[in-house]
Design a protein around this ligand. Structure first.
Ligand code: NAI
Ligand code: KIV
Length: 361
């Protein structure tokens, strides 16, 4: 059964590519979530991705205590298609047109395959955009903040496992050295962590070398012997099969939708591997964007909120132990409680219910 409020699937007027916007929930406020520009074997795979990713955004905002709903946009590129600059503009204008037609029910931001400059193009046609470049009045690239928030989550896990939040001397395996994974790897190296890294883009080897990391092939990284595995590429990497081969004590990373299904969280727990739900660990980007662009906070205050992810993860792990739950279950319950507790207080001119702001750190 579809548990989304709204799903728009259009053939882009200019690009003729499938443009998908999934609004999972506006219970907490108008929905937001990034725009993924990625290759799929079939556009329906892009649709499935948008449905899962938007549902995760609802949980991400709820656990982060932000009055925003969950949504996501996907443009499903055929395998092998590379966008030249002109065609990229067409795609972004198509996306902007679909977002504009939703009257504020959904605002976009960057995700895999897009960045602040793309947001600036979309902003030419609709105001419902986060993370435009700072020179244009936006909060800029979300990925450094996502990386910082993931580091905060990693600290909480290190404290749980080793009694200290320090990651110095810990071995971490980072899968994906893109905008978030690359920055996170830099932060970890600066902390003195020992890194093993990979990416499907062999050009990322140079970063690995710069950081003194061991390079492994993408298909080997999940089975690397490490303290903590850090998924920082695409989703679906944790399945019954891959979990059986893990050789780490914890999995904490920014990649959205790491599990192939909810049951995989139980398998991780049974193996004694601590998994922090991706929607908790990866919230730094949206926490920063909403803090700056919606709440009008300065960079330093926004950073404090991003760093508070460490406390969120601490509290979550405490709750999980106290109530004898997996961290996944504890996070789901927290999200559910926050969604149930919200009281709509009005209807915006756009017709979307608004919610009372939640208590924020
Ligand atoms: N950018 C942001 O602020 C946020 C990103 N995320 C999630 O974090 C993950 C990474 O996002 P970004 O760094 O922004 O994307 P990106 O596109 O900059 O980086 C992804 C990297 O993963 C690599 N990759 C793809 N498949 C791979 C595989 N099988 N094995 C190894 N490497 C592979 C790509 O070559 C690329 O370098 C995504 O799942 C995204 O949804 C989550 C929250 C916020
Ligand atoms: C960076 C934001 C917009 C996002 O989509 C996410 O957190 O997944």
């Amino acid at each position: 059964m579809l548990d989304h409020e709204r799903v728009a699937v259009h053939t882009g007027r200019r690009s003729r590519l499938p443009v998908i916007v999934a609004v999972h929930s506006t219970a907490l406020g108008p929905a937001a979530g990034g725009l993924r520009l990625w290759h799929y074997p079939d556009w329906r795979d892009g649709l499935a991705d948008a449905l899962r990713l938007s549902a995760a955004m609802t949980s991400k905002f709820a656990v982060a205590g932000l009055p925003i709903g969950g949504g996501k946009a996907v443009v499903a590129l055929p395998e092998g298609e590379r966008l030249d600059p002109g065609r990229r503009l067409d795609v972004l204008r198509d996306v902007a047109e679909v977002i504009a037609s939703l009257d504020g029910a959904y605002a976009t931001g960057p995700d895999v395959g897009t960045g602040p400059d793309d947001m600036a193009v979309i902003a030419e046609s609709t105001p419902h955009v986060f993370c435009r470049p700072e020179r244009l009045g936006g909060s800029g690239d979300s990925s450094p903040h996502t990386a910082r928030g993931t580091l905060a989550a990693l600290r909480a896990v290190a404290r749980r496992l080793y009694g200290t939040p320090s990651l110095a001397g810990r071995t971490l395996a980072v899968a994906g050295l893109g905008r978030v994974g690359g920055r996170l790897a830099r932060l970890l190296a600066a902390e003195g962590a020992e890194l093993t890294v990979t990416d499907i883009d062999a050009g990322k080897r140079a970063l690995g070398e710069e950081l003194g990391a061991v390079w492994r092939a993408p298909e080997e990284i999940l089975a690397v012997d490490a303290d903590i595995l850090v998924p920082a590429a695409l989703g679906g990497v944790l399945s019954a099969r891959s979990v059986a081969g893990l050789r780490c004590r914890a999995v904490v990373g920014p990649a959205n939708n790491q599990l192939t299904g909810p049951e995989v969280a139980d398998l991780l727990h049974e193996r004694g591997i601590l998994w922090v739900p991706d929607y908790v660990a990866s919230a730094g980007g949206v926490v920063n964007a909403v803090s700056v662009e919606v709440h009008g906070l300065g960079a330093e205050q926004a950073r404090v909120r991003v760093d508070a992810i460490e406390g969120t993860v601490d509290a979550l792990l405490d709750t999980a132990v106290r109530l004898d739950r997996t961290p996944a279950r504890a996070a789901e319950e927290l999200a559910r409680l926050r969604l149930a507790a919200v009281r709509p207080v009005g209807v915006r001119p756009t017709g979307h219910a608004t919610a009372e702001p939640l208590a924020l750190p």
